[in-house]
Structures are given as C-alpha cells and as structure tokens.
Design a protein around this ligand. Structure first.
Ligand SMILES: NC(=O)c1ccc[n+]([C@@H]2O[C@H](COP(=O)([O-])OP(=O)(O)OC[C@H]3O[C@@H](n4cnc5c(N)ncnc54)[C@H](OP(=O)(O)O)[C@@H]3O)[C@@H](O)[C@H]2O)c1
Length: 210
C-alpha cells in the first residue's frame, strides 16, 4: 500500500482521497489551512510541505494557474518521487469556465517538470468532470478513456496501478507517450464550456472509439 500526498484540498483531493482510502492506501492532504474540516477520519490533513514529504507518490490538485509557484518551493520534498499532475492551468472567464491556456506553447506538466527536475511528473485525470468521475469512472454510460503522459516508464506504471485502484480498467488507460503529449489533453479543458452548453451539467469523460 502506498502513502499518497495530495496537494490542494478541493473537490479533486476529496474524490481521490476517498477512492484511494477505499482501496487501502494512506492519504495525507496538503492544505494552506490544515484544519481537520469534514475529511474522512482516515485522512491526515497537513501543511503543503508536510504532505509532499509524507507522500511516496504526490498529486498536484492545486489550481493550475498557481501550481508552479506552489510546487517549486517543495522541490526538495518532491525529489525522487512520482508527481501526478491532474491540474488545468487556465484563464477563467466570468462564468468560471476556461477561456485560454496559461501555457499555450507547452503544457503545465512540462513546466512543472522543468521546475522539479528530480521529480518524475505524470499527467493524467484532467479530462473529466466533476472530480468524482476520477474515482468512479464506471458511473459513465460509455467506457471512458484516461490519458497518461510522462517521460519515465516506471512512474507511468505506478500511476497506472493507482488508476486501477480508482476503478480505471487497464483497457481504459491510454499511454500517450512522453510528457510533451500532455499538451493535447491539457487543451481539452477549452472544450468544457461548449460541452456544458451542449449537454448541461452532466458528468463527463472522453472516450476513444476504435
Ligand atoms: N474539479 C474538477 O472536475 C477537475 C477536473 C479535472 C481537473 N481539475 C483540476 O484539478 C485541480 C484541482 O481542482 P479542484 O476542483 O479540486 O479545486 P481548486 O478550487 O482548483 O483548488 C484546490 C485547492 O487548492 C488549494 N489552493 C488554492 N489556491 C492555492 C494557492 N495559491 N496555494 C496553495 N494552495 C492553493 C485550496 O486548498 P486550501 O485552501 O485548503 O489550501 C483549494 O481547495 C485544478 O487544477 C483543476 O483545474 C479539476
């Protein structure tokens, strides 16, 4: 079993913590205000540095716009670890939906990797919503896909196992290749607003017909 540090204490952290605890893992949430709150009893809530230190694998579940600034000071704590980046770095419009990418010529995942050269960054889980879908993909009426991008094969294997613990079947996991491939799933966030317009506020993920 793995100890996971989850940086950020929002809906994504809550969904992933619930899924991984149910699978038998230990979770430490990293928050700027590490009060107990209404987290499940099994969850430890700590400061960001403490959660980064505690996690054997660490998740970036912070607002993508701020992620590099949040993670860069944690470089020492994250050295040698797998960092699962689920964040979307976007400019938000007045309706709260993404209107533009913050890193249009590259990706958030690559920018984080450049800031944390001793950490193995893997991008995944950023193409679905709401966050509860991340830990309950079988609720969707079509078998969904989850994309994985990263430069380190062993890190991607670790992440694929952790995805399996959240309910992602092996055939739903698509390894796109190195971390530069994160640019494409990251750009998908621009489609969320029009999708909401077309479908309304329904849980969604991507599926690849083949
Ligand atoms: N929600 C979804 O459906 C979904 C789907 C795919 C991807 N994502 C991505 O996943 C990430 C997390 O999303 P989310 O919906 O859980 O919540 P969020 O509102 O983006 O923020 C998550 C948490 O990050 C912490 N935080 C906020 N600003 C911070 C800062 N400047 N420095 C340090 N910590 C800060 C806050 O926790 P504390 O106040 O406790 O520190 C907050 O609760 C985002 O990048 C989002 O784009 C979300």
């Amino acid at each position: 079993m793995t100890t996971l540090g989850i940086l950020g204490a929002g809906d994504v952290a809550r969904a992933l913590a619930g899924g991984w605890i149910a699978a038998g893992h230990t979770v430490v949430i990293g928050s700027r205000r590490p009060e107990r709150g209404d987290w499940p009893e099994e969850v430890r809530v700590a400061g960001l540095a403490e959660a980064a230190e505690a996690g054997e694998v660490v998740v970036n579940a912070t607002p993508g716009r701020d992620s590099v600034g949040i993670l860069a000071p944690l470089r020492r704590h994250l050295a040698g670890k797998v960092l699962i980046d689920v964040a979307n770095a976007v400019e938000l419009g007045p309706d709260g939906f993404a209107t533009a990418l913050v890193h249009p010529a590259t990706s958030l995942a690559e920018t984080i990797q450049a800031a944390l050269p001793e950490t193995r960054v893997v991008k995944t889980l950023n193409t679905m919503g709401p966050a509860s879908v991340m830990a309950d993909p079988a609720r969707l009426s079509t078998n969904p896909a989850v994309f994985v991008s990263g430069d380190d094969a062993a890190a991607k294997a670790t992440v694929t196992e952790l995805l399996s613990d959240l309910g992602w079947r092996p055939e739903w996991v698509l390894d796109l290749g190195d971390l530069t491939t994160a640019r494409v799933p990251e750009a998908f966030v621009l489609m969320v607003r029009p999708l909401f317009g077309a479908l309304g506020p329904v849980p969604f993920g991507l599926a690849v017909a083949r």
